[in-house]
Each structure stands twice: as C-alpha cells, then as structure tokens.
Design a protein around this ligand. Structure first.
Ligand SMILES: [Zn+2]
Length: 167
C-alpha cells in the first residue's frame, strides 16, 4: 500500500489524533525525571488536565503546541489559507480556555507554568529552557505567570495581568 506521508508528518498526525504523549512533552518529562522530579501526567482530575503535575511543588506544566494554542509571531503559528475565520475562531477559543484553566488552577493554589513547543525544538535552546523550567518548579513561587502569591483574593483584581495570553 502506498504511503505518502513522511515520518514527520505521520508522527504529527498521530500526535494530533492521540493528543498526548507527543514528542515535546516526552522531552520535558524525560528531562524532569532525569533531574529527580516525580510527577503525574495528563491528570484529568485537574482543570485542563495538565501535561505534567508535580504535586510536591504544587506546580503543573503545560507544553502548548504553537498552532493549536496560538503562539503569536511564532513561525509555527500560521493559519491555513482556507476557512481562515474558522481557524481564527477555533484558536481564539483554545486560548481563552487556556487562560481560564490557568486562572482556575492558580485560584486553587497551584502554580502554572506554560512553555511553547517551539522553545524546546532546537537542542541549544532546549537545554536552557529545561534548566529554567527545573529552577522555576523547584524554586520559590514568584514566577511570571503566577500573580496569585497570597491568600488575599482582593489582590487579584488589583494586580495587572502579567502578559499571559498575549502570546
Ligand atoms: Zn511557538
């Protein structure tokens, strides 16, 4: 039987179908494991079923695909030429859901770290991003995306967004 897909296309295709165990996720998991961290994956009990859940650090990690999660300005985020409104809408919905998920988890006292797939695409960048990720997970909880640092819920309204959702 003729097979016209390249290996890359096929693996992207499979990843899209399964929606989990995609390669960038595996890279992150393997790295964190090698640094001694233990975690659950695709925890459906939590909002957004985070890719990686580190209970000990009250931290969850999402590895966001640049296309589906709308990475503005990224070369991997190119809308298809046909049905452009459909795609724009779909991706806007995904981004809104990502934002709501982040807020949900933070309100529940968790720390949410999101990294873009493209950040770990190249080997050189990968090492740096993963090292930083480890430091953010194990370090104190002042991370850029976590504006909720105390139990004082009033501060939520007072604090401006820290840029999450813009890209
Ligand atoms: Zn990207």
């Amino acid at each position: 039987m003729a097979d016209t897909m390249t290996t890359e296309q096929r693996s992207r295709c499979m990843a899209a179908i399964k929606g989990k165990d995609t390669k960038p996720e595996m890279i992150v998991r393997k790295y964190l494991f090698s640094r001694g961290l233990r975690y659950r994956v695709n925890d459906r009990k939590l909002s957004g079923s985070p890719d990686i859940v580190l209970k000990k650090y009250k931290t969850v990690v999402f590895i966001d695909g640049c296309f589906w999660h709308g990475h503005e300005g990224c070369k991997y985020f190119k809308l298809p030429k046909s049905n452009i409104d459909f795609w724009r809408h779909k991706i806007a919905m995904n981004m809104a859901r990502d934002y709501a998920t982040t807020v949900d988890l933070e309100l529940a006292g968790g720390r949410v770290i999101r990294i873009w797939e493209c950040e770990i695409k190249t080997k050189i960048q990968q090492k740096k991003v993963l090292d930083e990720l480890y430091d953010r997970i194990t370090g104190p909880s002042q991370v850029p995306f976590s504006y909720l640092t105390t139990d004082d819920t009033e501060s939520i309204a007072a604090e401006p967004e820290t840029g999450y959702g813009e890209g």
